[in-house]
Design a protein. Structure first.
Length: 459
């Protein structure tokens, strides 16, 4: 029999335990898969319009509890209240958007000789979604909403440190009328619950967001069963500022491009590449912008940046920054909580550890470049390829550089990476597959081809 255990959920701003939840064992996972398989058959048998109606009702119920969900996210993840409200709203929007795709999940009619050929898009069955702690609500919904819309059941394993919003969302799904066992939340340790979920033969696909190291292991385990997988992994995204850009706007936007969510964002623009002729001017503009960032109580409406998620994450971030390293530093609270100040390092070797590894904290480096070719070389000098920004007034340059930078999501004169109605995913070590956008539902289906002979009887 699997040994029972519990997970303590800490408030990252105070280090106080705000909840204790039971952790799922391998036996719990097996039971959940079997129940989910039965629920999925009933769900898939519903008329598409009925599934869409229930998902829209789920969205309405989430909206009705948006403030509650946001406050819960502040307590368990240390997110600023404004960010947490956006995240709860994003879950609502994802459910609405996915519901709109249920009745448009169509196959094709393909011209063939001698008959009629059609394709059908059928649900996979039971889908496992392993969500991260940095954006617990929205990223859980990235996989859950389209998987449900496509007719699947979902087993959601939230991160060990942030299970509370996921558990609440499952309660709201039942309140909205979704069938029992269709969406089950299974908090637990990655080496116990996560491993059992990935290995279970009754799980048809795994959707994982997290570190590249863990993603590689999950992909290897899925390969043993030829199991489908979508991976959204790490990043070390460039923020390229050309001399012809609006340098004032680029400097003003730079801080929150890597300080949002305390830098715990795989899309964070932590490599700021600035053309040499405007390098000093950019730094002079950047310094007051960094120093003005308000770090403090995430429940305070005025706060710009909250704490890191845990003590171990704080120690990891500290390991990248020498106390006497040159750069720009903001302020952070002292005392209880996992606090680290906004930090921009200058004079950094482009191949230094802090410049090439994903810090996952409020730390960026500024590196000068000479020309367009040099900027592209530096931008691509990483194993990752998730996101990035290009600042220029030259449309031709924007298109050339966008075509040359190896990343799945680029923005020009902007730091926007994620919209629920456009595809999201990475190149190289940043992952495999795409989430969100108009094709999200299709990623949770199998394509079946059916040929119907139209040949008449022999004369």
């Amino acid at each position: 029999m699997s040994q029972q255990y519990e997970l303590d959920v800490l408030n990252p701003a105070t280090e106080e335990v705000v909840a204790t939840v039971p952790g799922a064992t391998a036996q719990d996972i097996d039971t959940a898969v079997r129940r989910a398989a039965r629920a999925q058959e009933r769900w898939a048998a519903l008329a598409p319009g009925e599934r869409a109606r229930l998902l829209r009702r789920f969205a309405v119920v989430v909206d009705e509890h948006r403030e509650e969900l946001a406050r819960l996210e502040v307590r368990e993840a240390g997110h600023t209240l404004g960010n947490a409200r956006w995240e709860a709203g994003n879950v609502r929007d994802l459910l609405d958007y996915a519901a709109g795709g249920v009745e448009r999940l169509t196959g094709r009619q393909i011209p063939v000789a001698g008959g009629l050929d059609v394709t059908l898009l059928e649900p996979l069955g039971v889908v496992g979604v392993i969500a991260p702690w940095n954006f617990p609500m929205p990223i859980a919904a990235w996989g859950t909403a389209p998987a449900l819309a496509a007719g699947n059941a979902v087993l959601l394993k939230p991160a060990e440190t942030t299970p509370l919003t996921a558990l609440r969302l499952a309660e709201l799904a039942l309140a909205a009328g979704l069938p029992e066992d269709l969406l089950q939340v299974l908090p637990g340790r990655g080496d116990i619950a996560g491993d059992a979920l990935v290995r279970h033969p009754g799980v048809a696909k795994i959707v994982f967001t997290g570190s590249t190291r863990v993603g590689r292991r999950i992909m290897a385990l899925c390969a043993d069963q030829v199991k489908r997988v979508t991976l959204e992994l790490g990043g070390k995204s460039p923020n390229i500022v050309f001399a012809d850009a609006d340098v004032e706007a680029a400097a003003a936007a730079a801080p929150m491009s890597f300080l949002d969510n305390s830098g715990q964002d795989c899309c964070a623009r932590t490599r700021i590449l600035v053309q040499r002729s405007v390098h000093d001017r950019f730094l002079a503009l950047l310094a007051p912008a960094i120093e003005s960032v308000i770090v403090g109580d995430p429940a305070d409406e005025k706060t710009d940046m909250g704490p890191l998620i845990s003590k171990s994450q704080l120690e990891r971030v500290r390991s990248y920054v020498d106390a006497d390293a040159p750069g720009i530093r903001g302020k952070a609270p002292e005392g209880p909580g996992f606090w680290f100040p906004p930090t921009v390092l200058t004079g950094v070797d482009p191949h230094a550890r802090v410049a090439v590894e994903e810090v996952f904290g409020p730390v960026a480096v500024v590196v000068p470049f000479d020309d367009e070719a040099d900027a592209i070389r530096l931008a691509n000098d990483t194993e990752y390829g998730l996101s990035g920004s290009i600042w220029t007034r030259d449309v031709g340059r924007a298109l050339r550089v966008s075509g040359a930078v190896k990343a799945g999501n680029l923005s020009v004169n902007s730091h926007s990476s994620v919209r629920y109605w456009t595809p999201f995913g990475g190149f190289r070590q940043s992952g495999i597959g795409r989430e969100l956008g108009p094709d999200a539902l299709a990623a949770f289906t199998e394509t079946k081809n059916v040929f119907i002979s139209m040949e008449g009887p022999a004369q």
